[in-house]
Design a protein around this ligand. Sequence first.
Ligand code: CA
Length: 371
Amino acid sequence: MQRVKKEALLFFSLILLSSLSAKEFSVKITSPHQNQQFDVCSDITLVAEATVDEGEVTEVMFTYNTYSIKTVRGEPFEYTWEGVPAGIYELRARARDNDRNIVYSEPVQIFVGDYEDGNLILNSQFECGTIEPWKFVEESGGEGSIEIVSDSEISVDSSAAMIKINNVGSVYWSIQLEQKYPLKQDHYYEISFSAAAPQTKQISLELQSRTTWEVYWTQNISISQPGVYGPYEYECPVDDDNTYFQFLVAYDTTSLYLDDIYVFDTDWTDVKSREPVAVKNFELFQNFPNPFNPGTTIKYSLKNPETVRLVIYNLRGELVTVLVDEAKAAGIHTVDWSGRNDLGRLVNSGLYIYKLTAGREAVSRKLLLVK
Ligand SMILES: [Ca+2]
C-alpha cells in the first residue's frame, strides 16, 4: 500500500514537472498563411516554427482536417506537400519536445483549386491522380479496386474514379469509398455526385457516426446513365466530428465511375465570418432550364446601377466565355447562354460555374449541360 502511494506521488510530481516545463512550449504554422489560395494539384510548402524554453523540439507533425500529412523529425520543420487536390483545408502543426510534451498550433485555413463555399468534401474531382483522402475499404469478403481514369465522360474534367468489384462479399457494405465529414447540429446538407455504370448498378450513400455507428442518413440509388445524381438533402440534428460520408457499392459486381462529389454544408459560415456582413447589392438566380441543351437563361437583379461581369467557368476554373461586362441599370436582367465558348464552339456536357461580379461583390452558381 505504502509503495503504491509513493508511486502515485512520484507520478503526480512528474505530471506537475512536465506541465511546468511545457509552459513555454508553442508551435505555429508560418507558411502557408491564413486563407491563402492555391491552384489545384499544387505542391504546398508547409513551414512551422516551434519553440520550447527548456529542452528541444524533437518533431512536428503536419495535419489537415485531422488526417496526418507528415511528421518531420528535427529542424527545419518544413515539408513539401505534393499534388494537393481541390478543397478547403484546415492545417495544424503538432509539436513534441524531448520530454514528450505535445502542443498544437492554431489552425490555418487554405483553399485549393476550384473549391466551392460549403463543399467540405476534399478531392471531389479526382484530378491530381490520387484518391486521398478518400479511403477504399474492403471487408467481409468484399474484393475490388479503385483507380483514377482520365478518359471518363461523366464530367467536364474527364478525370474520375473507377471502382471495380471482383467479389461482393457477404454484405452490401463489404466495399466502401469513404471520407471523414464532421456534421454540425441544425446544418442543412446538399449531396450530389456524377456517376455512370455500364449497366444498372445499385449503391447506397450514408452518413455514419464512427463513434456510435449510428447511420444518420442513407439513400439508395440506381446508377445507369452518365449524369448528376442528387441533390439529396439532409438536416442534421446532432454535432458529430467523427462522421464518415460513404458510398456502399457491393450490391453487385457492376463497376462504377464516380466524380464531382459534393456535400455542401449550406450553413457553412467560415468564409462569411471573416468578412464584414454586408447585404448584397444584387441577387443571382438559378439558370432555367437546368439541366439544359444547348441554351439556358440566367437572371439577376440589381438594387443599384452597377458595373456587372457575368462569366462562365468550367470546373477546372478556366474561363469559358464572358456573357456580360458593362454598366447595368437597377432592376432585373436576363442573359441567354447558347452553350458556346469564346471561340463559338459548343462546349462538352458537364457542370459549369456562372459567376456574377457586381462592384466588389461576387456570387457563383452551378449549371449543368447534358447532351
Ligand atoms: Ca474529375
